[in-house]
Design a binder for this molecule. Structure first.
Ligand code: A3P
Length: 303
């Protein structure tokens, strides 16, 4: 297997990024979206994989069941901005760079379901020009930072997280890959006001009332699955089922160290309480109030 060394953060057009998400920048910005592309956007760790799987099952669960069982979700719903050296053995030294834009252009399925963690100002303009359907999923800041901390501990495609308290500080300083959580969730929220083809969902709502959120999502997408189909999707995307499913839990991906954590890790609202001290929570809340000035965007840290 090719050696992977963790990338470093650097400031890119005002946002902290790593080269794995900027090396292919020109192709990303010139990416040609198609009118029927469906984009799933989120800050990292908001439940993107969960919603990607729901979308994939909605579009292809009935028509391509063999694909569900044999192709990892990460190869069906591709990350637009990724550019990393192939982890497959025997492809040369240095190995060829795998680019999300190329993989998406090679997809033969329609619609293409594409995922991104880009802040709204970085999204290629063709998605807006083609008026693509966009699903944004957001998750409260405290659970997001906890989930990101565990994820960065196990994935070699991100910088090492360091200890929890300095990590929390760095999150508040907005020095994370894909930049500021605060700017991300607010930027996409504001865009929604002028772009009706953007459906803004919350992780906490999905946990609390999955059926209702699935109905809202189908309504937005213009899909009318039967109640059997909805039941099948509901069962397959349950946390425990996804955790066991090797096609969605990233266990086939070589860039993660599963001895450190799991990708489908805890799946709870409120896990932050197991990580934040009382002092950290108070300091975080105080700072949060200063940054989150838009009263129409409200997050829940418990359900
Ligand atoms: P935790 O680390 O808090 O468990 P993303 O896919 O955007 O990287 O988000 C990953 C987070 O979504 C992880 O959160 C993961 O466990 C959670 N997740 C994935 N599938 C889920 C499901 N079916 N139900 C609830 N949470 C899920």
């Amino acid at each position: 297997m090719a050696e992977i060394s963790r990338p470093e953060l650097f400031e890119f057009q005002g946002v902290w990024m790593t080269h794995l998400f900027t090396d292919n920048w020109e192709n990303i910005q010139n990416f040609q979206a198609r009118p029927d592309d469906v984009l799933i956007a989120s800050y990292p760790k908001a439940g993107n994989t969960w919603v990607s799987y729901i979308l994939d099952l909605l579009y292809f669960g009935q028509t391509l069941p063999e694909r569900e069982a044999s192709v990892p979700l990460a190869s069906r719903v591709l990350l637009l901005e990724i550019a990393f050296p192939s982890l497959q053995p025997g492809l040369g030294n240095p190995p060829p760079v795998v680019k999300g834009t190329d993989l998406i252009n090679d997809l033969s399925t329609s619609p293409r379901i594409i995922k991104t963690h880009l802040p709204v100002q970085f999204l290629p303009k063709s998605f807006w020009e083609q008026n693509c359907k966009i699903v944004y999923v957001a998750r409260n800041a405290k659970d997001s930072v906890v989930s990101y901390f565990h994820f960065e501990g196990m994935t070699l495609l991100h910088p090492a997280p360091g200890d929890w308290s300095s990590y929390l500080q760095r999150f508040m300083e907005e020095k994370m890959a894909f930049g500021s959580w605060y700017d991300h969730v607010n930027g996409w929220w504001e865009k929604k006001q002028s772009h009706p083809n953007l459906h803004y969902m919350f992780y906490e709502d999905l946990v609390e009332d999955f059926g209702q959120e699935l109905d809202k999502l189908c309504c937005f997408l213009g899909l009318s699955p039967s109640s059997e189909e909805k039941g099948m999707i509901t069962r397959r995307v349950q946390f425990d089922d996804m955790k066991k499913n090797n096609m969605v839990n990233y266990s086939t991906f070589k860039g993660m160290d599963f001895t450190k954590s799991s990708f489908i890790r805890k799946g709870k609202v409120g896990d932050w309480k197991n990580h934040f001290t009382v002092d950290q929570s108070e300091m975080f809340d105080e700072d949060y109030k200063q940054r989150m000035k838009n009263p129409t965007l409200q997050f829940r840290t418990e359900v």
